[in-house]
Design a protein around this ligand. Structure first.
Ligand code: FEO
Ligand code: CA
Ligand code: CA
Ligand code: CA
Length: 611
C-alpha cells in the first residue's frame, strides 16, 4: 500500500480509537518509541526518575511535565546530531504524587511542580538520517528553564510601572515562565512560545483588568503563593506580578548560558503561541491567538528587517514593531448564518477582514490607553477597537509553502448562549462543540498587508453524527472524524497537519493527529495518522517527511484518572501489579514520541505501539 508516487510519509488512515484505549496507535508500516519522558535526567549529576523519591532539586535537572510545543533541530551540516526543545505547560498533581506523601510534603510538591514547568533543551543523536533520535544525558547544550529562571524583558512595556514589583523595582527581570503552550521556531533558529493560562497561578486583586484576564481574587488552586509570596497580589509589593506573565518568550536553544526574553511588543494575553513569516519587504510578522472563548487573533509586524545569517540582529526583531488585532467580515447576509452550521447560499463561510491597529510607530491607536497599557492590557485594547470575538483561537500558523495562514478555533460551547455573542460568518455555529479552521489569505500574499480574505476550511465534527461537519467540499463519508483542532503543522509540501485537544469529550475518540490536503481535488480530505493514549492530548506535531518521521508531544496521558487508579501507563506500560511493590510505583509519563517507518509488518520493541 505505499504506492502514491514517491511522496514521503505515505499511510493509510487509521480508524479512530475508542477514548479509553491506553495505546499509541500509528499506521501500518510505522512504529513509535519515546525519545524522552517526564523525569528523565538531563545532566550527569541529575538522579534517575523515581516516582516515590521526587524532589524539587531532582526535577530541576530532569525533563519536565506536560510537554506541549516541540521541535527537533538538526545541527547544520550534520543529520546525526541536534537539539530537541520542548516546553512544559502545566502539572497534574493528582497523577504525579501519592496523595499520602503529598499531604505530608505539600510545599515540596509545589516546588517540584514549579520545577516541572518551563522548557527543556536537550541534545539528541542518531546513527543516521531517518532513524530514531536518542537524547544525550549530559549534552553540552542541555538546559532546564523553570518557574524560577531569570528572564529579561524588552519592548515598549519593559520597565513600565505596571511591571514593577518589590523584588524587581525596575520592571526588567522576571523569574520564570508559566503555562507555555504552543510555539514556533523563528527563521533565525530561536524558539518562541506563548504563556497561556497564567491566570490560574495567581491570587489576584479583584480589579477589572484582573477579571478580564480571569485572575481571581482568591487563593490559587496550586497554592504556590504559600511557598513564594509573589504569587499573591495580597502580599504588599507584588500587586503587579501577574502582569509579568502572558507574554511571548524567546529562547536560544544553542546557548545554555543565554538569558531568555519576554517580548512586550507582542502584547499580553493568553498567548497560545506565535508563528513567524517574513513579509515581502523583509519585516517579520508574528501571528498569535488568544485562547479564550470570544477572544482575538493578533499579528505583530517588526520595525526592522530580517537579515539572513545575522543572528544577533534577528534576535532583536521581536523587540520593536506594530501590533494589530483581526476583524473578520462575512460576505453573506447575517440571516443565512443562523448558528446551525448550515452553509449560506453562496456556498461558503467566507469574507474579508482587516488588521486593526493597536500600536503603530510607537504610538497607541487605542483611545484612552497608553502604549504601555495597550501592551499590558491588550485584551481591553482589542475590546475597544471592535475586534472579532472568536471561538478560542489556538495555533495561528502560516503555511511555509503558500503563505496562507491557518487559524485553529478549537471550540466555544458558549457561542450564541445567553448574553454571549451569537454566530457570525467566521464563527458560524452556536454552541460550537467541535471547532473549525479558518484559512486566511493576506492581500497580495504579503504578510505585512493590513487587509485579507478568509474562508472556513473545515467545520470539525464526526461526519457520521454531525450535519454541520464540512470539509471544504470534500465528500463527508471519506474523511476521518475530527474535533477540537489545536496545534497546526506543515510538511515540506505544504500539507496541513492538525492535532486535537478534547476529542474524547466530544466525539468519544482519543485525541489524534490528522493530515489534511489543501490543494487539488483532495482539498479538505482529513486522514487520521495517529492516536494518543487515554486522557492524553496530541501536542507539538513535527512533520519531518523527508526523514520519514513524525514527532508528537504526548501531553497529560491519563488525565482524568488518579495516582491510585491511573487511566494510562504510557509509555512504559508497566503491569499494574508492579505498582504494588514498594519503591516501584508507576504512573503515566508525558513524553516526546517519534513515529518512524519500519519494514512493513515488523513490530518494534514497543509492541503496544503497533495496535
Ligand atoms: Fe494550551 Fe490553548 O491550549
Ligand atoms: Ca494548545
Ligand atoms: Ca459567504
Ligand atoms: Ca488546547
Amino acid at each position: 500500500g505505499w504506492g502514491q508516487g514517491g511522496g514521503k510519509l505515505p499511510f493509510r488512515a487509521i480508524a479512530p480509537v475508542e477514548r479509553t484505549a491506553d495505546v499509541v496507535t500509528v499506521p501500518s508500516g510505522y512504529d513509535w518509541a519515546p525519545i524522552i519522558r517526564w523525569g528523565d535526567p538531563l545532566f550527569k549529576n541529575a538522579p534517575d526518575f523515581s516516582l516515590t523519591r521526587q524532589s524539587a532539586a531532582a526535577q530541576a535537572g530532569q525533563f519536565g511535565y506536560n510537554n506541549d510545543y516541540l521541535n527537533i533541530l538538526a545541527d547544520r551540516g550534520n543529520a546525526r546530531s541536534g537539539v530537541l526543545v520542548a516546553n512544559h505547560e502545566y502539572t497534574n498533581e493528582e497523577i504525579m504524587f501519592d496523595p499520602a506523601w503529598y499531604a505530608e510534603n505539600t510545599d515540596e510538591a509545589r516546588r517540584i511542580a514549579m520545577a516541572a514547568h518551563g522548557f527543556t533543551v536537550v541534545e539528541v543523536k542518531r546513527r543516521k538520517a531517518g532513524q530514531k533520535w536518542e537524547y544525550i544525558r549530559g549534552g553540552k547544550r542541555n538546559r532546564r528553564i523553570t518557574a524560577t529562571t531569570p528572564f529579561a524583558v524588552d519592548g515598549p512595556a519593559a520597565g513600565s510601572e505596571l511591571l514593577r514589583t518589590k523584588a524587581d523595582p525596575r520592571g526588567r527581570r522576571i523569574l520564570g515562565t508559566l503555562n507555555n503552550c504552543a510555539g514556533g521556531t523563528t527563521p533565525w533558529g530561536t524558539i518562541i512560545s506563548g504563556e497561556e493560562n497564567f491566570n490560574q497561578y495567581f491570587e489576584g486583586t479583584g480589579s477589572a483588568t484582573d477579571a478580564r484576564y480571569g485572575i481571581a481574587a482568591e487563593p490559587s488552586e496550586r497554592g504556590w503563593e504559600k511557598v513564594d509570596p509573589r504569587f499573591s497580589a495580597r502580599n504588599e509589593g507584588f500587586e503587579n506580578e501577574a502582569n509579568r506573565f502572558g507574554w511571548i518568550v524567546e529562547i536560544d536553544p544553542q546557548d545554555p548560558t543565554s538569558t531568555p526574553v519576554k517580548h512586550t511588543a507582542l502584547g499580553r494575553f493568553k498567548h497560545e503561541g506565535a508563528n513567524i513569516r517574513i513579509a515581502a519587504d523583509g519585516r517579520v510578522v508574528a501571528y498569535s491567538g488568544d485562547d479564550e472563548r470570544f477572544d482575538y487573533v493578533y499579528k505583530f509586524i517588526s520595525k526592522k528587517k530580517y537579515r539572513p545569517g545575522n543572528r544577533p540582529h534577528n534576535m532583536t526583531l521581536l523587540s520593536e514593531g506594530d501590533l494589530y488585532v483581526a476583524r473578520f467580515t462575512g460576505d453573506s447576509p447575517a440571516a443565512e448564518v443562523d448558528g446551525s452550521g448550515g452553509l449560506p447560499e453562496d456556498g461558503n463561510f467566507d469574507g474579508t477582514g482587516a488588521w486593526l491597529p493597536l500600536v503603530v510607530d510607537g504610538v497607541s491607536k487605542v483611545a484612552g490607553m497608553s502604549v504601555e497599557e495597550v501592551l499590558v492590557y491588550t485584551r481591553l485594547a482589542g475590546d475597544k477597537v471592535g475586534a472579532t470575538k472568536m471561538d478560542r483561537p489556538e495555533d495561528v500558523e502560516p503555511n511555509p509553502v503558500t503563505g496562507k495562514v491557518y487559524i485553529a478555533l478549537t471550540n466555544n460551547t458558549n457561542r450564541g448562549v445567553g448574553s454571549n455573542a451569537g454566530p457570525d460568518e467566521a464563527n458560524p455555529r452556536s454552541r460550537n462543540r467541535d471547532g473549525h479552521v479558518i484559512e486566511l489569505t493576506e492581500r497580495r500574499h504579503d504578510a505585512a498587508s493590513l487587509t485579507f480574505g478568509w474562508s472556513i476550511l473545515l467545520v470539525a465534527g464526526d461526519p457520521a453524527k454531525s450535519e454541520s461537519a464540512y470539509f471544504a467540499g470534500f465528500p463527508r463519508d471519506k474523511v476521518s472524524p475530527i474535533s477540537c483542532p489545536d496545534n497546526l503543522a506543515f510538511d515540506s509540501r505544504g500539507n496541513l497537519w492538525i492535532s486535537t485537544d478534547g476529542q474524547p469529550g466530544t466525539i468519544g475518540y482519543c485525541d489524534a493527529l490528522h493530515k489534511v490536503d489543501l490543494t487539488g481535488p483532495q482539498r479538505g480530505r482529513v486522514r487520521q495518522f495517529l492516536a494518543v493514549p487515554a486522557g492524553a492530548e496530541t501536542c507539538g506535531p513535527v512533520i519531518h517527511d523527508r526523514d520519514d518521521s513524525v514527532f508528537v508531544a504526548v501531553q497529560h496521558p491519563g488525565e482524568g484518572g488518579t495516582f491510585a487508579e491511573p487511566l494510562s501507563l504510557f509509555p512504559d506500560y508497566v503491569p499494574a501489579r508492579g505498582r504494588e511493590k514498594r519503591g516501584q510505583a508507576f504512573a503515566p509519563r508525558p513524553s516526546v514520541v517519534q513515529v518512524y517507518r519500519t519494514d512493513a509488518g515488523r513490530r518494534g520493541r514497543h509492541g503496544k505501539g503497533s495496535a
